[in-house]
Each structure stands twice: as C-alpha cells, then as structure tokens.
Design a protein. Structure first.
Length: 422
C-alpha cells in the first residue's frame, strides 16, 4: 500500500502552496484538499498567466492528475461554480478529473451573513475573517446540524436547507446585516444544480482504494500551521485543523499511511488579518518587503503584514507536523536587502529567553532576538542550484542547521519554472 504525502504551510498561510502543488503534481496520481474552503487562495503562475484557486485542488491544471475535494473541506457551491467558469477557457477536463466528497460540508448563504454579523459584533477584537462563512459552517458541522454535499442528492434537501436557514435567520435578526434573500437563495440553488454535474463520491473509500492500488497521493492543505484551531495563535486562527493530522481526518486516511511531509515557508514572514506577529516590521523595510513580494491577499486583496523569518514558530510547526522536507518560497523578495535578520529566540516580558512558542501569544509582550546576516543583494533571475549567491547558500545552510530538516526546494519567483531542487 502506498503512502499519502502531505503538503502544508508552516506559517500564517499564504506561503505559496499552490505553486508547489502545481510543480509536484506530475509526480502524483491524486491531489486531495483536506480542510478549509474558499478562505484559501492558492496562486499558480505559468505561461505568463496567474491563476488563483480557492476550493479546487491545485493539481487541476495537470490533465493526468485526479483531484479530490475531501470531507474536511467546507464547500460553497456558488464560489465553486465561479471557479469552474474561470477554468473553462483553458480547456481543462474538470468533469473527468474533479471529484467531491459527499461528506464535505456545504456553506449556505446564511453562513456568509453570519460571518459578517459575528465579525462586526467583535469590533476592535475582530479576527480578520475572510467573510466567506467558514467559521459558521464549521460551527454547524460540529453542532451536528450542517448540510453536506451528499444531501443535495436527497428529495428532502430543500426542507433541510429551509430548516437550517430559519435557525440562522433568528440569529441574524439580532444583527444589522442587509441582504436580499431571494437573490441569495436563487444563486445557491442554481449552483447546487451545477454541482450535481460532478463526481460526488465516498472519497474515503476512493482514496484508500487508490493507495491499495499503489497510486501516489498528495494531500494539499490550506492556510498555515500557525492558524490551526488547536495549535495556532488562538483565537486569531482559522476554523479547521491545518496540521498533518488534519489530512487524516479530512480525507479518511489512517496515520500509518502518511509518508513525506512537505513544510512550506517563506524566506520571511507574513500575516493577513489580526493576531500576534512578533517579527512584524511596521516601517519602510516592511513596506519594501510587501512591495517586492506583492503581498496582498489572493482571496481578499488585503495588504499582508510583513516581517523577518521567525525560527521559534517554524520549529514549533515542524514539530507538530512531523515535517520531513522544507520548501523555501520567495527567496527573490529578500534580494533587495543588504542585511537580513533572523529571529532565533524570544525574550518574554519577565526577561526569560526561549526558543519555544509560549501559551499566551496574544497578550504576552514578545521581543524577537535577531541574528543579522549579510544579504545576497542581487537578482535571482535565471539562477540555478549551481550558481546561487554564496550569501543565499549561507542563509539556507543556517536555516537547515537551526531547523534540523533539509531544505530541498527553493523558489526564486512565481512561475513554475523558477524553482530550484536541491
């Protein structure tokens, strides 16, 4: 029986997972998304065209790859339809290569409205939600009242939809959220009819049969490990398990079938929305990093907060995910800096020096302790593994030694060709 390799982000999301799945996809028979929903924005760039996927696995551009949306995903039929429409001009055989778990939970129009209401009610303490209805949908899933993809095939689906919507309406009545329900409901049911045209499957059986037959499977995560509902910077987290264990529950794969764990990280750090960020640069350097990295959210368009790389949090992510290979993204962005800083430890309010992530990361004053390194300060355009700038090689080796995991891939640009395998 073959293994499932897992690919996930080690920071606060936006690490470049979409590009890497696209690069790795030719090696795999199956690519499967295991959590999250349209709050994800996986960007792929090739042939001069930029593509952003939100719910569809990033292997969709490879014609021989089977793509599965797993049971751990929350699916918005309206956004799904929009994604498929955008892909039509590329002549992809999505109806043949895309499979959706019947156990994936549906995002209803009222979930998006509730997301807006809850976020508005938090005021200055807002999480920074993408307002795609993710949290409220997972709440209903855990509350055992959610609707799932398989429900759209039943005769009583409209009745179930109306029942849950009425529950939501009672909550929305207490909040000032404007909406046109007739329009939202019509869009939703048009999209549900569209969804019925795809392969709706018992994905846990399909995946395990593929493994038994010797197929190679890549599990694609969304967001990042530091946004995990259990292990992230709570409460400024997402609503699902973004770590390796989430691939088991989000796909129905036993832990003994996990193989390689690819941990993706940027050569620096970014974060979208609210929450702690010890190495954040609120100055000209942060602005330059944002500009060079085009750091704006692919789902929301919001400017990302930028800062130097944070080794204590990376070590933490590597530990809880069992990372076997590290993939470093956006090395080219740091080319404009003559000096690069690496946060090696934290100093806490009481003076304690630690390389561990403390329980209280929201209210605790964390001061990063930096090591300064000479930057490469040259363009990485056209470089190969044989002619990387010596300062970049030094940076990579320093990180490998500190993190105790090999960096097997370095990305030097957004295109799939700008990828160096080490």
């Amino acid at each position: 029986m073959s293994k499932v390799d897992v690919l996930l982000g080690l920071q606060w999301g936006d690490e470049g997972k979409g590009k890497i799945v696209d690069v790795l996809a030719p090696k795999y028979d199956v690519v499967a998304r295991f959590q999250g929903g349209p709050n994800a924005g996986h960007t792929l760039e090739f042939d001069g065209i930029k593509h952003v996927l939100h719910q569809i696995p990033s292997g969709i551009f490879r014609e021989k790859t089977k793509n599965i949306i797993g049971n751990g995903v929350v699916l918005d039929p309206v956004i799904f339809r929009g994604e498929i429409e955008k892909l039509k001009k590329y002549n992809l055989n999505v109806y043949a290569n895309l499979f959706i778990s019947k156990k994936a939970t549906l995002i209803l129009p009222t979930h998006r409205l509730l997301d807006q209401a809850y976020e508005k009610a938090k005021g200055d303490d807002k999480i920074g939600s993408t307002l795609k209805g993710i949290g409220p949908t997972y709440q209903d899933k855990i509350g055992r009242q959610g609707l799932r993809v398989g429900d759209i095939l039943s005769d009583g689906f409209k009745e179930k939809f109306n029942h849950l919507s009425q529950i939501h309406f009672k909550i929305l009545k207490d909040h000032d959220v404007a909406y046109n329900w007739n329009e939202l409901e019509a869009q939703f049911f048009d999209a549900v009819s569209f969804l019925k045209g795809f392969h709706l499957i018992e994905s846990e059986y399909v995946l395990n049969q593929e493994l038994k037959a010797g197929a190679s499977v890549l599990a694609e995560g969304a967001q990042g490990a530091l946004l995990d509902i259990d292990f992230g910077s709570y409460p400024f987290v997402t609503s699902s398990n973004t770590v390796t264990a989430g691939a088991c529950t989000g796909l129905g794969v036993a832990p003994c079938h996990i193989g390689e764990v690819y941990g993706i990280f940027k050569a620096y750090s970014t974060r979208v929305g609210s929450g702690p960020f010890p190495t954040e640069l609120i100055d000209d350097q942060g602005d330059l990093m944002r500009k060079e990295g085009n750091e704006f959210g692919s789902t929301t368009g919001r400017p990302r907060r930028c800062g130097w790389i944070d080794l204590p949090s990376l070590k933490y992510s590597i530990m809880i995910n069992g990372v076997t290979q590290l993939l470093m993204m956006k090395a080219d962005v740091l080319s404009v800096f003559p000096t690069i800083k690496v946060c090696t430890e934290y100093q806490l309010k009481n003076g304690t020096i630690t390389d561990m992530v403390p329980y209280e990361v929201v209210k605790e004053k964390i001061t990063p302790i930096y090591k300064e390194m000479k930057g490469w300060n040259v363009s990485l355009k056209g470089v190969s593994k044989d002619n990387l700038p010596p300062e970049l090689n030094q940076y990579i080796k320093f990180l490998e030694t500190a993190l105790c995991v090999p960096i097997t891939l370095v990305s030097t640009g957004p295109d799939r060709t700008q990828t160096i395998l080490r």
